[in-house]
Design a protein around this ligand. Structure first.
Ligand SMILES: [Cu+2]
Length: 455
């Protein structure tokens, strides 16, 4: 369910940005006026359809996330929606997305009524980029913190790939039918379109390769992970598909576009038959590339659902094989539920009371939304007290608060703005486990929450 929603969502976002790119800079505006109005009408219709799909997938994704968070059946999870929206990082990112989709809808209505006002289309592109940012801010990249370098790189990658893949996806529907027809009437239009399309794709592709390379390297952590892990194998398939699409694009750029160019520039009236044959070859290559790129979007959706090995390894480094009376650390993929927790400078956790089932394995995604360091340490009261003593001793020895903090088997330490996760398997019997922060003074100020293990 989550996969289908993510796929539809990515496809709609990509096509929307691609259609806007076509409208704004790919389709030459000094071509044949007749064909142009037709092309622009199609682009407008596709953008409208994408916005409608985005509205639907946004609602669906929120609901799906709430179901995942609460562990409750789909209908009952509606009850936790307000809490998800107001209390979780994902909820906030979703609110930004909801506003972006609403703005896109409003702008689209205005732009349809007054299509010659170029500024409206540019505004839609800006809002589309904002929507992409809310996606980056709720995906894997957000684990490095909000507005971090990783998040910006993820955003640049998403926008660039949307412009590239999106324009390739929508061109078969928007331009190609007119193109093969136009080949008999306006050689200059065909040549100009082919050239602009190739140039836009090449530029976007450059960003995709740079940003994508950085992200892949960060998330994989090592070369063997490319074959050893599920995430790595999906990534390998995606890269292979991208390579095929790039090869097809290169064939277009260096073979077909050059031939079309030469044909359009002939001194004598260019032959219509040759023109439409060249345009058809160009069009077929674009169609094939579009089909490959749909598969790339599919692979990207799968990746968003998988745990990157580079991140899982960071966690494993701080893990000791240790079983406590209040449970044990587990590997992230064992988790059957994800709970977002925020640590704030008000010396509170949000939420501060959580209920789990006996034996349940939960991944806690903890975000430090404050300006000072916080911890998330799991344990019974005895463990919390002894951890508090340890921290006090360390502080006295080093005189530098927080300097000696490292991730433990049962706890994590978070820099301001940071998000980390800890996966925990709770004991099979009912009881209470606490989560607390032992930065100097925080525990005493009440920075502690309770987890009730109950059937
Ligand atoms: Cu704290």
């Amino acid at each position: 369910m989550g996969l289908a929603l993510t796929f539809a969502d990515l496809l709609a976002l990509t096509s929307c940005l691609g259609a806007l790119a076509c409208r704004l800079w790919i389709v030459p505006s000094d071509g044949v006026s007749d064909d142009l109005s037709h092309i622009f009408r199609r682009a407008t219709a596709i953008i409208g359809g994408c916005v409608a799909v985005l509205a639907g997938t946004s609602l669906g994704l929120l609901w799906w996330h709430a179901t995942e968070l609460s562990g409750a059946p789909a209908l009952q999870s509606l009850a936790v929606l307000p809490a998800v929206l107001t209390q979780t990082h994902l909820g906030h990112a979703w609110a930004v997305r909801a506003m972006a989709v609403a703005a896109l809808g409003g702008l689209w209505v205005a732009a349809r009524r007054d299509p010659d006002r170029e500024v409206l289309w540019w505004l839609m592109l800006a809002v589309g980029a904002l929507l992409a940012f809310s996606r980056s801010a709720s995906g894997h990249a957000a684990d490095a913190g909000d507005f971090s370098f990783g998040e910006w790189v993820d955003w640049a990658h998403l926008v660039a790939i949307s412009v590239w893949a999106g324009s390739v996806l929508v061109v078969p529907a928007i331009v190609l039918p007119a193109l093969t027809r136009a080949a008999s009437v306006a050689p200059r239009f065909v040549a100009q379109f082919a050239r602009r399309f190739s140039r836009s794709s090449g530029l976007a592709l450059g960003i995709v390769v740079l940003a994508g390379g950085y992200i892949a390297w960060r998330r994989l952590g090592s070369w063997p992970a490319l074959v050893d892990t599920a995430y790595g194998r999906t990534l390998a398939v995606k890269l292979l598909l991208v390579a095929v699409a790039v090869a097809l694009g290169a064939v277009n750029r260096f073979v077909h576009v050059r031939r079309i160019d030469a044909w359009a520039r002939q001194a004598v009236a260019p032959s219509r038959a040759i023109g439409s044959r060249l345009a058809t070859r160009f069009a077929n290559t674009v169609r094939l590339e579009a089909a490959v790129l749909v598969a790339v979007v599919g692979a990207a959706s799968v990746l968003l659902q998988q745990m990157p090995p580079g991140m899982a390894m960071n966690m494993a480094a701080g893990t000791r094989e240790q079983t406590f009376s209040f449970g044990r650390r587990a590997s992230p993929e064992k988790a059957t539920r994800v709970i977002d927790v925020r640590a704030t400078d008000a010396m509170r956790f949000e939420p501060s009371a959580i209920t789990v089932k006996p034996g349940e394995t939960v991944r806690f995604d903890v975000t430090n939304s404050g300006a000072v360091r916080h911890e998330f340490v799991l344990g019974d009261m005895k463990e919390q007290r002894s951890h508090e003593e340890e921290m006090k001793e360390m502080e006295e020895m080093e005189k530098t608060p927080g300097a000696g903090m490292q991730d433990d088997a049962n706890g994590i330490s978070l820099a301001p703005g940071q998000t980390k996760f800890i996966t925990w398997t709770f004991p099979a019997r009912p009881g209470k486990v606490y989560f607390a922060c032992h930065e100097p003074g925080h525990f005493a100020a009440g920075m502690v929450g309770v987890i009730t293990i109950a059937r």
